[in-house]
Design a protein around this ligand. Structure first.
Ligand code: HEC
Length: 145
């Protein structure tokens, strides 16, 4: 390969790198983060979630403990949803402790879980990977999970 060909190839690689980076950091990562839905209750709910160590048993966005189910999409799951979540938080189950939460605390936790639901899908395999390595935001699968 002569010098001009090498320069040409390096030039192409250099330009491709920049174009690819720009696409990845703009269009490729454009996802509705649900930022509009963050309220004071959501923030308090997040703190409660940390304080009560829910993540020790549950996962959010696929990460966390594995004793209980993933909570990312529990608020919009057709067979679960807000009424189901409220009753679990209020009374616990045989396997999940009752945290004796107040009504306000339950509302705050549910607001945080709603936020998680809007900002992520778990398990991640519901995403589609495009030919250029970017990920398609599918939101929900056919069943609405
Ligand atoms: C000691 C472990 C543990 C902790 C801590 C815990 N959970 Fe759970 N949770 C469970 C288990 C286990 C289940 C499954 C309940 C069952 O099948 O009886 C569950 C179920 C749930 C469900 C229903 C999920 C579904 O898809 O069916 C919700 C919602 C939930 N937990 C929320 C929370 C929140 C919020 C916290 C923190 C305040 C929390 N949990 C803390 C163990 C835990």
């Amino acid at each position: 390969m002569n010098l001009n060909t090498k320069r040409f190839v390096s030039g192409i690689l250099f330009v491709s790198f920049f174009v690819y980076s720009i696409v990845i950091y703009t269009v490729g990562t454009r996802v509705d983060k649900g930022a509009g839905s963050i309220t004071d209750a959501t923030k308090k709910g997040k703190l409660l979630f940390q304080e009560k160590n829910c993540i020790a048993c549950h996962q959010l966005y696929g990460l966390g403990g594995y004793m209980g189910p993933d909570l990312t999409n529990v608020m919009s799951a057709p067979d679960k949803g807000p009424i189901f979540v409220r009753s679990i938080l209020q009374y616990g189950t045989e396997r999940m402790p009752n945290f004796h939460l107040t009504e306000t605390e339950i509302d705050e936790l549910m607001s945080f879980l709603n936020y998680a639901d809007k900002t992520g899908v778990s398990p991640v395999k519901k995403f589609e990977i495009n030919y250029d390595g970017t990920v398609n935001w599918k939101g929900k699968d056919e069943k609405g999970n």
